[in-house]
Design a protein around this ligand. Structure first.
Ligand SMILES: NC(=O)c1ccc[n+]([C@@H]2O[C@H](COP(=O)([O-])OP(=O)(O)OC[C@H]3O[C@@H](n4cnc5c(N)ncnc54)[C@H](O)[C@@H]3O)[C@@H](O)[C@H]2O)c1
Length: 392
């Protein structure tokens, strides 16, 4: 899939303002970058590549955000984004961005390998951070940055935003109310043929796990709670790729992965992801009637139709109502690229988001454990946790 096809396949997504502000905007808290209630959040976006084409239209329509700067090491990308979205300031380097027009929220949309380093610079400058996945390049680095944020008096969050969908909420509610009885097992999958615009997806620190598996890991741990341990296998199906920015390259990061997670209460869940998956319904799965996520319990089962970042509904059958019916077919205002806009709303209003940094760190630990499990051929115990259930 090339960058143009990918973006145009996503272009049909509606960009919807999250809610309407009820009050005017107030002043920034002077001591830290945590704004006081009802202020409009000044946003700086770094990385003006593919995904910025989804973030910027959403952010620039948010009543809680004002995108004041953009930055890219390919300066013409920053300049073009500034022109297109009517953003006053653009920079060719993070140092100039952080020394430039003040920002409350740093939105990191750069290559995965750059996330930890750039997020640290922003946190040290006392700026809140929303980072595309992963939040950092190792779990240890992510945890250190999370603690750094606390010492600097700012917040640090990471994508994805899958827990915000009404379909996730529907599933979490059924599980929490024990409508499926004792949950035994779950499965999730996500894949496509791999991005072909940037090499970093296939280089050390890239891979289908932090790019794709991250969604399913967030959803299943969000539904069943932190994983206690995992076993996994990964490999490389396609050893070379033709990429837009570096031509033919050797693939170093896994492009094929399977994980089994052990959650509390004896729930076992399975995830598979990869860059070699054909989907006849296209990247968005439009028109797909089959699930990508299935949950089985002792008195019921349920299935998410569509991918967890763009779900279309939930099919559910229980012992009380054995005929499978489709529920939760309305996406509401949820779109996967809403994360930074939701964080602006939360910073502006004081509302706590459902997206949780400790959850994103746990997902990062699982990705790292998956690689360790493959390397050492053994089950890996996990140490991190997060507040669960994930219910608004
Ligand atoms: N492409 C998508 O639709 C999509 C969807 C969801 C999440 N993501 C995530 O978004 C991130 C970016 O992906 P992408 O597809 O937009 O990649 P991309 O290669 O299209 O864009 C990345 C941009 O970051 C810039 N950049 C790299 N290092 C930089 C630095 N040090 N300072 C400033 N700019 C720098 C690059 O020049 C490039 O313009 C990744 O984490 C990816 O997993 C992408």
């Amino acid at each position: 899939m090339n960058r143009k096809q990918f973006i145009s396949s996503l272009g049909a997504l509606g960009v919807t303002a999250i809610t309407t502000p009820t009050m005017g905007f107030a002043q920034q808290n002077e001591s830290t970058s945590i704004p006081t209630k009802n202020s409009k959040i000044r946003v700086g976006v770094i990385g003006c590549g593919s995904v910025s084409g989804m973030y910027l239209p959403h952010l620039t329509k948010s009543p809680f955000a004002e995108v004041v700067s953009v930055c890219d090491i390919i300066p013409e990308r920053a300049q073009q984004a500034a022109q297109k979205y009517n953003i006053k300031n653009w920079y060719p380097h993070i140092d100039e961005m952080l020394a430039g027009v003040p920002i409350d929220l740093f939105v990191n949309l750069t290559d995965m390998q750059e996330h930890g380093r750039l997020n640290r610079l922003a946190l040290n400058a006392k700026v809140n951070v929303w980072s595309e996945k992963p939040m950092a390049n190792t779990y240890a680095e992510g945890r250190e940055l999370y603690e750094l944020a606390q010492t600097k008096g700012v917040r640090f969050w990471g994508a994805p935003a899958v827990v915000n969908s009404p379909q996730f909420a529907f599933m979490a509610k059924q599980i929490n109310e024990q409508n499926l009885g004792r949950i035994a097992a779950a499965h999730a999958h996500y894949g496509h043929q791999g991005p072909n615009w940037s090499a970093f997806f296939f280089e050390e620190g890239g891979g289908s796990l932090p790019d794709l598996g991250v969604y399913n890991i967030s959803t299943l741990t969000g539904l069943f709670g932190p994983a206690k341990s995992i076993v996994a296998m990964t490999n490389i199906v396609d050893p070379t790729r033709n990429t837009g920015n570096k031509g033919h390259i050797q693939v170093v990061a896994e492009d094929n992965a399977m994980i089994i997670m052990e959650h509390q209460n004896n729930v076992l869940s399975h995830i598979q992801c990869g860059f070699n998956y054909f989907d006849p319904y296209g990247h968005e799965g439009t028109g797909q009637e089959r699930p990508t996520i299935s949950v089985v319990g002792s008195t019921g089962n349920m299935h998410m139709i569509g991918y967890d970042w763009k779900p279309f509904g939930i099919d559910m059958a229980t012992m009380k109502d054995e005929k499978t019916k489709r529920y939760s077919t309305d996406q509401g205002s949820f779109v996967w690229e809403e994360g930074a806009s939701v964080i602006c709303e939360c910073l502006a209003t004081g509302k706590e988001p459902l997206i949780n940094a400790e959850h994103a760190l746990h997902v990062l630990e699982i990705i790292e454990a998956t690689r360790l499990s493959q390397a050492e051929g053994k089950r890996i115990n996990l140490k991190s946790s997060f507040k669960w259930p994930v219910i608004s």
